[in-house]
Write a protein that binds this ligand. Structure first.
Ligand code: C2E
Ligand code: MG
Ligand code: MG
Ligand code: MG
Length: 279
């Protein structure tokens, strides 16, 4: 439904479209290979207590180390994985790898919970529940040690099955986390229908606390409401100390952000923990 652009008017639109499709097909073929050949890696970003800066968890964030293109961020290939169905395999790989990685860095300063992002297509299959259970059993890991993050929009794509699978996971002990809250169509009435333990306030809101009174009021009210409803709160995208001070004042539980630590490869996270938290 877009207005014709200049390329279309020049009559090259279809040609362009073909090239574009071919490119995506190539990318998808390479993505399948990447998954088999260990070209996908997980970076980790700590989740910290707002007051004490204690590490309370880690979020796994996938990257593609492409042999010729270098590091490709998730936003550039997750949508393709979702459309093609490859996401199911990718997500199970990520859960498995994140558990293995976190077991390898467990130490006094870090108890070992890990958050993994999941997509609509994962939770819209009941078999996902069994798949997750198998991974937990294989590593003898308690369900309580993982968080699965998803957006409300993802949960509402196929609400009947999605809410059923999320409920089954929550009953197993898996922590459900609502990602990017405050964007898109997220609302507190939908939130109530999800068996969530944690709500993550989107960085677009957090980034505006300092400059916008209304954003600050929305963040403060969201924290109060979500806490009154029994959810733990994570502020995403905290980039400066001033924002963290506001969050302390608002009694926010935990945060993530470049202020304290960017997402890093496992080895660097290990070093970061040793440097900042070893006793
Ligand atoms: P998300 O789950 O909301 O992850 C937070 C994103 O914000 C990450 O981007 C992280 O690097 C970035 N971030 C963290 N702190 C800051 C900050 O202080 N400032 C700014 N500007 N950004 C910050 P990333 O790693 O590029 O991931 C983007 C999105 O891709 C994620 O958003 C998530 O929706 C998706 N994603 C990442 N890994 C996976 C995965 O394994 N599976 C699925 N299905 N999706 C994934
Ligand atoms: Mg996330
Ligand atoms: Mg988010
Ligand atoms: Mg996101």
């Amino acid at each position: 439904g877009e207005a014709p652009n200049s390329k279309e008017m020049m009559g090259v639109f279809h040609e362009e479209l073909d090239i574009y499709d071919e490119d995506r097909l190539t990318l998808l073929t390479h993505l399948r290979e990447a998954l088999d050949q260990e070209q996908l890696v997980l970076y980790y970003q700590p989740k910290l207590n707002v007051n004490s800066n204690q590490v309370v968890g880690m979020e796994a964030l996938v990257r593609w180390i492409h042999p010729t293109r270098g590091l490709i961020p998730p936003d550039e290939f997750i949508p393709l994985a979702e459309e093609s169905g490859l996401i199911n395999q990718l997500t199970l790989w990520a859960i498995d790898r994140a558990i293995v990685d976190m077991n390898s860095i467990k130490q006094a300063a870090y108890s070992g919970t890990v958050s993994i992002n999941v997509s609509a297509r994962d939770i819209s299959k009941m078999s996902f529940v069994e798949d997750v259970k198998k991974i937990l059993n294989r590593h003898s890991v308690a369900a309580e040690s993982i968080y699965l993050e998803l957006t409300e929009t993802a949960a509402m794509e196929d609400p009947k099955v999605s809410i059923a699978s999320l409920t089954a996971l929550a009953e197993m002990g898996v922590n459900i986390s609502v990602d990017d809250f405050g964007t898109g169509y997220s609302s507190l009435s939908y939130l109530q229908r999800l068996p969530a333990k944690e709500v993550k306030l989107d960085r677009s809101l957090i980034g505006e606390i300092r400059s916008s009174d209304s954003a600050a009021i929305i963040v403060k009210a969201s924290i109060n409401m979500a806490q009154a409803l029994g959810y733990a709160i994570v502020a995403e995208g905290v980039e400066d100390e001033e924002t963290r001070e506001y969050l302390k004042e608002y009694n926010c539980d935990t945060y993530q952000g470049f202020l304290t630590c960017r997402p890093l490869p496992l080895d660097d996270i290990r070093k970061w923990l040793n440097k900042n938290y070893s006793t």
